[in-house]
Design a protein around this ligand. Sequence first.
Ligand SMILES: [Zn+2]
Length: 465
Amino acid sequence: MKQTRREFLKTGALSTLFLGTGLVPATRTTKVREQGEAKNVIVLVSDGMSSGTLAMADLMLRRRDGNRSNWIRLYEEGIVSRGLMDMASANRIVTDSSAASSSWGCGHRVNNGSVNIGPNGEIYKPVFSVFREGGKATGLVTTTEITHATPAGFAANVESRSMGEEIARQYLDRRVDVLMGGGNRHFDSEHRSDGTDLYEEYRNHGYDVVKTTSELQEIAGTDNRLLGVFTDGHLPYSLDHEHIAELQKTVPSLAAMTDLALRKLSHYDNGFILQVEGGRVDHAAHGNDAGGLIFDQIAFDKAVGVALAYTEGRDDTLVILTTDHGNANPAFNSAPDEHFDRIAEFTHTNSWIRRGLDAESSLSQIRERVEAATHIGISETDAGIYQKALKGNYSSVYHQMSSHSAALGQIIANHTDVGWTGNSHTADYIELASFGPGSEALNGFIRNTDLFTIMVEAAGLKQYV
Ligand SMILES: [Zn+2]
């Protein structure tokens, strides 16, 4: 775990410099290398990112700030490989996050709900174990619980993604070097069904254990392994996080966690693999929540900016940007541009609106709460529909859209014209952007399991599979 001071300062300074804006320098000097070994691999996953989500985050940044998103800028500059990826699982056309992540995580399709365990009980070696045996460090960063399906797919083997307590233990047993996200309930003795204080066990194995942003800053300079768990469940949506001062004191942004993870992992001489997940993009899509979705995608894009700043001037790092499946396929439908721009004024998510209401809420309470979050004045008729949905009495023509969150999503769409096809994962072939050694194999049409092979081969670790 040694690195020269100069290298550390260089990577640290670069990351910090661009952290605030999430921007990369206008001219990138890194060229796509056609062959050779990847010392490092960085996989950035925006969970549940439909194509429209990527487009709307870019549109929001362009119209509001005059900047492109980092992801689209990579396409614009033409320096990345671009592919479409077929994400089907072993038993379904439409995958869930655990089967999707397992497909890259072990090179096999598994059933939805499983983590690196095949339909007949086959136990597949996760990519982090391959990299670990090859002498490389490993890291997981997410805005969901750290034990959630996507990060787990890189490191764990469990029959069901719901086995968070077991996943938390496997991360320790397998010595994942950097872990940051939510999910206190899977570590804390008060919550764990076996009563174990898993934090204590992590400390006993040399980990720094932190639970707030300021504690995270304190240990930024150590060489220790890191477990950062900042919330009981998932981290808050970025839109709420940005507008609730209390949350900012305790919960770091995805970009800040990514920056710290890269600083920690770059201490290791033999390189590393890091997974960064914008996990709540998926949740916002399930909730038909346009503000939650676009601003979490933007927060994810800032983390992409941190990764790009890290790789600036280096040609030894394979960087992969992708998602695990589409979700609810949102889009801005043809309407005056101002309708889309209304989302820039949002200060809270639909989930925040819901938390302040219940089945007994009056029409005026509903209208006030929606206006407080979005600056949109919804009609009394629409408030009545949402009231019905909160009571469980609302039914849509397409049954999947009968939930209270789908009702609210459509009511707000009457003002933003951001509509949804449903509220669950979709079968769309998904975006895959990459650069660095190994990326030349990631264009065209890819099967999800190919990604495992390409990462392992790019890092020269085939013999450890
Ligand atoms: Zn999902």
